[in-house]
Design a protein around this ligand. Sequence first.
Ligand SMILES: CC(C)(COP(=O)(O)OP(=O)(O)OC[C@H]1O[C@@H](n2cnc3c(N)ncnc32)[C@H](O)[C@@H]1OP(=O)(O)O)[C@@H](O)C(=O)NCCC(=O)NCCS
Length: 244
Amino acid sequence: MEIYSLAERPELVDAFLSIKGDWPEFMLHDPTSDRAYESAVAGFPELHLVVMDGDVAAARLHAVPFAGAVEALPPRGWDHALQRAEWLLASGETPDLRTISLIEARVALSHRGHGLSGRLLQEARQRYAALGCRDLVAPVRPTRKSLEPGSDAMEYAHRVREDGLPADPWLRVHVRLGGRVVGVAPLSMVIPGTLAQWRQWTGLPFDTDGPVEVEGGLTPVHVDVAGGHAVYVEPNVWMHHDLR
Ligand SMILES: CC(C)(COP(=O)(O)OP(=O)(O)OC[C@H]1O[C@@H](n2cnc3c(N)ncnc32)[C@H](O)[C@@H]1OP(=O)(O)O)[C@@H](O)C(=O)NCCC(=O)NCCS
């Protein structure tokens, strides 16, 4: 398998975008991602990596230039990083690559469970360091948190196994490669919808006020029946890789 950036192989952009995910439907309706995800792919091709297994796209990594102190990372995590990338592209400013934020790693369903995510992340660390990056940050979506949406996000982020590594498998991949849990981005992704939209996205009735657990959600959705809307506020885990 070979790893390329989209700056090296611009013709692989369709292969990059073609990798299917298994996000729950509601996750595909984050207004910030809808606007900014694909424009960041086109705008910062040197930060977007694709793993090719022959002619098949096996995995991809999405990242954007970032700015901000590592010890004061913003509560709006993913949405903040994408919004900033959108602003940077609109302004025409030359990106400062001393700090980069990962947005998403995605391994094709056919290639999961073989350690590809770690290989990709390691490659990203090396390539970004070569571009001048000193701090690689990431609003990480911990993959197993959806199994316990009621648990506290901060406690989950810092939960470790007996060997001291994170209990969550995706956080563990980061930490093994030198990442460090900085804290929680409590408002990383905010997905509002009408009750009709939420019913369509989840198949649930959305007919009572309060928290409702939905499949794949890291936390419950907040429902306001009289107001006719519901909002999902996803916490992510801010991770830092010191690339100096
Ligand atoms: C998260 C993801 C990138 C991991 O990619 P992968 O290459 O299949 O994962 P790996 O084979 O490298 O395994 C990573 C760790 O997860 C563990 N793992 C893999 N699948 C698992 C599962 N279904 N349940 C529990 N642990 C699992 C592995 O054992 C490994 O941990 P270990 O090294 O301590 O044993 C991939 O599952 C994916 O694309 N998911 C959808 C998108 C996503 O959630 N991205 C991350 C947030 S942006």
